[in-house]
Design a protein around this ligand. Structure first.
Ligand code: PRP
Ligand code: URA
Length: 209
């Protein structure tokens, strides 16, 4: 699969397995989502541009590299994307955070938008859209379409678990958007839940069911 980056790091795989276990508590689940997001942030930001600066170490003058100031915005899809924000901000403390509220209509499975608040300078930023689950791909695709309509040029999509059809849908609608995920599972069930997946990510994060 082109433009899909699957994280096979043992720490990430271990934590994803703990998240899948239905006995994992809400508190543990929330911690795991945050930890995995932080571990993934390292690789998702690999292509951030650097520039050379001159500094004085205690020993000598040196030319050395720092981030070139490319600005990043994290855009979690509400609700479940919220669980990934803190982990990402640990590594990207200067990032701004926008929010897009979408839920899947249980009958049509189409995404319904109910909230949007983005940083004022969103068009100048590299956007990382966050959502733990990429199932049919409807929510992710709608969120990216929405951002592009607002003039955003550079978008990455980061999730924890994807279904093959979701990956295909997001690629079909937005071939320019790379997908970063920790696992690509087998399939969707009749309710468009990922199998084996981890259940409803929002409910597990916030203890609503
Ligand atoms: C979940 C999940 C994604 C979406 C994925 O949200 O967090 O946003 O489903 O499904 P899709 O790829 O088929 O669109 P949900 O709609 O359950 O809303 P919630 O986060 O408010 O629970
Ligand atoms: N949303 C979830 O939270 N889980 C799934 O398996 C599919 C969509």
């Amino acid at each position: 699969m082109e433009n899909v980056f699957i994280f096979d790091h043992p720490l990430i795989q271990h934590k994803i397995s703990l998240m899948r276990d239905k006995r994992t508590t809400t508190k543990e689940f929330r911690e795991l989502v945050s930890e995995v997001s932080m571990l993934m942030a390292y690789e998702v930001t690999r292509d951030l541009p650097l520039k050379e600066i001159e500094i004085e170490t205690p020993v000598a003058m040196a030319m050395t590299k720092v981030l070139a100031g490319k600005k990043v915005a994290l855009v979690p899809i509400l609700r479940a994307g919220l669980g990934m924000v803190d982990g990402m901000l640990n590594l990207l403390p200067m990032a701004k955070v926008g929010h897009i509220g979408l839920y899947r209509d249980p009958k049509t499975l189409d995404p319904v938008e109910y909230y949007c608040k983005l940083p004022e300078d969103v068009t100048e930023r590299e956007i990382i859209v966050l959502d733990p689950m990429l199932a049919t791909g409807g929510s992710a695709s709608a969120a990216v379409t929405f951002l592009k309509k607002r003039g955003v040029a550079s978008v990455k999509f980061m999730c924890l678990i994807a279904a093959p059809v979701g990956v295909q849908r997001l690629h079909r609608d937005h071939p320019d958007v790379p997908i970063f995920c920790a696992a690509v599972d087998e399939r969707l069930n009749d309710h468009a839940y990922i199998v084996p997946g981890l259940g409803d990510a929002g409910d597990r994060l916030f203890g609503t069911r």
